[in-house]
Design a protein around this ligand. Structure first.
Ligand SMILES: NC(=O)c1ccc[n+]([C@@H]2O[C@H](COP(=O)([O-])OP(=O)(O)OC[C@H]3O[C@@H](n4cnc5c(N)ncnc54)[C@H](OP(=O)(O)O)[C@@H]3O)[C@@H](O)[C@H]2O)c1
Length: 265
């Protein structure tokens, strides 16, 4: 618990699901929080439920679709807290659309929100972490960052891209005391499938059956915090669905058979 007392932690996607659960858990551990997402009313709801005093809480709403102002956002955090100990790049959305029906615009937006925003925010925060000689960057990827899957082409591509970028960054920045954790959740019971984009740009608006009985966001948050505390470089979180990552690694032919039989939902 004491490990996070007074630590300054910036969480994106904090208005729901995994980000919200992380905010509540870190608040109980005595952290000081910056909560980001688009919906201010939901950020306020989460902020209120952390019960943190104003001194230890900042609501910083913005759209991950445009993070060209990332340096200014990081400067706002520094103005209030003087440091950033942990950045958790978590905000994003999934996809439920076929390659041949998905427009370039939707492909590019999925990359912008799920990949480029993580890059921009992290680059804005790194100089402060370097100056502090300590910091932790956490990146929420997915098992879709480990293999491609039906209806998730650009989402999976963005998640794969995170691994390439942040594994490279880890090698370059660990000399400054900066740690990088890549988190690959399997299925977590959140609104992620409801909020997934379809081929016409609207929301999927359904909870996939595979998410109904999945791990809770609270359990997922606890596993992420365990991964940060244990200085892990990469963790897989979820139920039996994460076994497929090991099957792919050790039995690639079996993986190719199994993956084709899975429901996209
Ligand atoms: N749940 C799973 O099974 C699962 C599995 C693997 C990976 N993940 C990853 O986990 C992360 C969190 O997802 P979740 O499951 O907690 O889903 P969620 O409940 O839908 O939460 C997504 C969060 O991202 C924010 N967000 C989405 N688009 C945004 C944008 N353009 N600008 C700013 N914020 C945006 C949302 O806030 P606003 O709508 O208020 O902006 C919300 O706070 C995502 O990166 C997702 O890919 C989830």
């Amino acid at each position: 618990m004491a490990a996070y007392k007074d630590k300054v932690i910036w969480i994106t996607g904090a208005s729901s699901g995994i980000g919200e659960a992380l905010a509540l858990d870190f608040a109980k551990r005595g952290a000081r929080l910056i909560l980001s997402a688009r919906r201010e009313s939901e950020l306020k709801r989460v902020g209120d439920s952390t019960k943190l005093p104003e001194l230890d809480l900042m609501l910083l709403p913005f759209d991950l679709n445009n993070t060209s102002n990332a340096s200014a956002l990081a400067a706002q955090v520094i103005n209030k807290f003087g440091r950033i100990d942990i950045l958790i790049n978590n905000g994003g959305y999934s996809q439920r659309s076929e390659v041949m029906k998905t427009s370039e615009e939707i492909d590019r937006q999925l990359m912008e929100v799920n990949y480029f925003s993580y890059v921009n925010l992290t680059k804005a925060v790194l100089p402060y972490m370097k100056r502090q000689k300590t910091g932790h960057v956490v990146v929420i990827s997915s098992i879709a960052g480990k293999f491609g899957f039906f209806l998730r082409s650009s989402y999976s591509a963005a998640k794969h891209a995170l691994h390439g970028f942040f594994e490279s960054m880890r090698l370059e920045t660990e000399q400054f005391g900066i740690k990088t954790l890549i988190v690959c959740p399997g299925k977590v019971k959140t609104n992620v499938s409801n909020n997934a984009v379809t081929a016409d740009g609207s929301k999927h608006n359904e909870m996939d059956p595979s998410h109904e009985n999945a791990m809770s966001s609270e359990e997922c948050a606890a596993e992420i915090i365990k991964g940060i505390s244990g200085n892990k470089e990469e963790i897989l979180i979820g139920g039996k669905e994460i076994l497929i990552v090991y099957i792919r690694r050790f039995f690639p032919r079996l993986f190719r058979k199994i993956i084709r039989k899975q429901s996209p939902y």
